[in-house]
Design a protein around this ligand. Structure first.
Ligand code: TPP
Ligand code: MG
Length: 361
């Protein structure tokens, strides 16, 4: 397993999540250091501001959607990506929209990153006719042209991603990949192993990103998943390339994805990435997360990827407090506007209920 690490050569970055730090004894990480200052210069101010803005938009969108939910304007399931934003933000930025993307039920961020508008997503959450899926899918089933959906069945997205990877191979689209994001809990599903097996056997360009947020609903990862560490075990079992990334640091994630991309374009083979991260919320909006203490959550929230990037940008002289506040306001306003848009949007007409439904002849 390769870890790109921006502290001293050979030492594990302190802010990598506690789980990774605990596990370093048993694993065989190859720590490769990189120069964060150099990366900041290479990416440049415009790109870095766009990254933090994207993360702030996702965060503010979900915070406003949570309030709308609490007020009874949104129903059904609702899973926030709050805390985990760095991973998908960095990945989409490095690889570009033109790939296939499959994610779990925690899918608001990916839809936003791939170009769905806050208005159409909020309208979907409100169940309105002009929502992203005409108000029929809600929070867990968002789509874009290149996003094959959010999936409510744990690991349901994995075989879909394999199919997309197979299509890329058959059609010889050699600069595209099929990305499969899944939670740590999804690793226990049989279909995950069947999918990695066939992807390995057939050299499919599928990049699995296990977002290890340490919990599957309210069950701690070490009580549910025998593989320890997950990414390393899967990489070894199938003899495929594996990487660990710091999912709480967008720069670190970005650098890692860049390196992974270089290798992946050459090899066109499956890759497993374990992204260590933390969700700041319970599993869903109806989970008060009483299984972790307030103190532990407080500590976790201090390693906020948005604040980490903010501090890096301030350190590099590319942003100041005022500038950050302005970005905060701009993205909050967009989120507020999307609530207004959703409130004013029409309900679906009951007459269309049977449209788009497969019928048996
Ligand atoms: C096949 C299936 N089994 C069980 C569930 C109920 N369920 C929903 S999420 C989840 C835990 C999945 O783990 P992970 O992705 O790590 O969860 P998260 O981090 O999102 O809490 C379970 C058991 C489901 N949706 N589908
Ligand atoms: Mg999890």
């Amino acid at each position: 397993m390769i870890v790109y690490n921006h502290e001293k050569e050979g030492t594990l970055k302190k802010s990598l999540s506690r789980a990774m730090t605990e596990k370093k004894q048993t694993s065989q990480y190859q720590l490769k250091s990189f120069d964060k200052g150099k990366l900041i210069k290479e990416l440049g101010k415009e790109k870095l501001i766009s990254l933090i803005k994207q993360m702030l938009l996702t965060r503010n969108f979900e915070i406003r959607a949570e309030s709308a939910y609490q007020q009874g304007n949104i129903g059904g399931f609702f899973h926030a990506y709050i805390g985990q934003e760095a991973i998908q933000t960095a990945c989409v930025d490095v690889f570009g929209v033109n790939n296939w993307w499959s994610v779990s039920y925690r899918c608001h961020a990916m839809a936003l990153l791939l170009g769905a508008t806050p208005n159409e997503i909020m309208a979907e959450l409100f169940g309105r006719a002009n929502g992203n899926a005409q108000g029929r899918g809600g929070s867990m089933h968002l789509f874009t042209e290149r996003m094959l959906g959010g999936f409510g069945i744990v690991a349901g997205q994995v075989p879909i991603a394999i199919g997309a990877a197979l299509s890329l191979k058959v059609l010889k689209k050699d600069d595209e990949f099929s990305f499969c994001f899944l939670g740590d809990g999804a690793v226990a599903q049989g279909i995950f192993f069947e999918s990695v097996n066939i992807a390995t056997l057939w050299d499919l360009p599928c990049i699995f990103v296990v977002e290890n947020n340490q919990w599957g609903m309210g069950t701690a990862v070490n009580r549910a998943i025998a593989l320890n560490p997950i990414g390393e075990s899967v990489a070894k079992a199938f003899n495929i390339d594996g990487y660990v990334i710091d999912g709480m640091d967008v720069l670190s994630s970005h650098y890692s994805f860049q390196k992974i991309k270089e290798k992946a374009l050459k090899d066109r083979k499956p890759i497993i990435i374990e992204a260590f991260t933390e969700r700041f919320r319970g599993h869903s909006i109806s989970d008060p997360a009483l299984y972790r203490s307030k103190e532990s959550l407080k500590g976790i929230m201090q390693n906020d990827s948005i604040l980490n990037l903010k501090n890096d940008l301030i350190g590099a002289g590319m942003l100041d407090e005022e500038g950050f506040k302005a970005l905060e306001k701009e993205t909050r306003d967009l989120a507020m506007e999307s609530i207004k848009f959703a409130e004013q949007s029409p309900w679906p007409d009951p007459i269309v209920l049977e449209e788009g439904v497969l019928e048996e002849e």
